[in-house]
Write a protein that binds this ligand. Sequence first.
Ligand code: PAF
Length: 295
Amino acid sequence: MKVIRTIAEFRNHRESFGKLGFVPTMGALHQGHLSLMEQSAKENDTSAISIFVNPLQFGPNEDLSKYPRQEAEDLEMASSVGVKVAFCPSVEEMLGRNTTSVTVSGVSDLFEGEKRPGHFTGVATIVAQLFGIVQPNVAYFGLKDLQQCAVIRQMVDDLCIPVELKFCETVREPSGLAMSSRNNYFSPDEFERASNLNRVIVVCAKEIAEDFENRKSAIESAINELANLEFEVQYLELVNSLTMQPVTDQKVGQILSQKLGQTEKESNPYRIIVAAQFCGVRLIDNVPLPNPLAN
Ligand code: PAF
């Protein structure tokens, strides 16, 4: 495993990497990251990661200083799934002279964008910079951060960045809890109970797919059930994951009267998204709306 800490050194080596797959991370790696890396190693000549805890995407009241840092362990884990290059720059190296920022409007506006002002500008700015440094052929992102995927897709499209994007399904604990670095903050009991978040939105998605007209009451009862289970829900909504807008009535026909095009049938864009505070930890998750046409 080659560890590179400066932009200049990465540039010097880039050509020798051939077709390059790239998984940007903030470290604290878990199985979700590793599955992206495994796929990247399979599909490219070289698989690279970055480990950079990006201060730009943390709000003033968020957990930047508390964010787990475990570089040696992360490098070992990445290496075990075929990663050959790790770009691990300092904050000074990345942001020392940075006065440009990238804001992707529209897809950034609601949900996480609303709850975490500036977050997606921080993400888009650093990902654009990383793409400029690493020049990957293919970049891999987990769908757990659904809105982040939409923001990066839009940014790459708008700025004509020559990279292929792959968005991969969320890796979960056996209980259904989405893997996340923040799960480390839970006690064993809290860890078990946190899986209710996924269970409730899976049921909600199924209810809406079966009875779209009653989606508002399905969403309301999911929010109530989560409240009874000690989740403080910040949002729970049915969205089109490409636009990150709530699904409107006009979409009813498209979803349920079997008028979806072939592409939409294959990659159903409709998802239930949720964010909630549980035992002092902020969790997000999302699941696809089961598509009657997919069966
Ligand atoms: O998903 C993450 O870990 C971060 O948002 C990313 C994409 C590495 C940018 O800092």
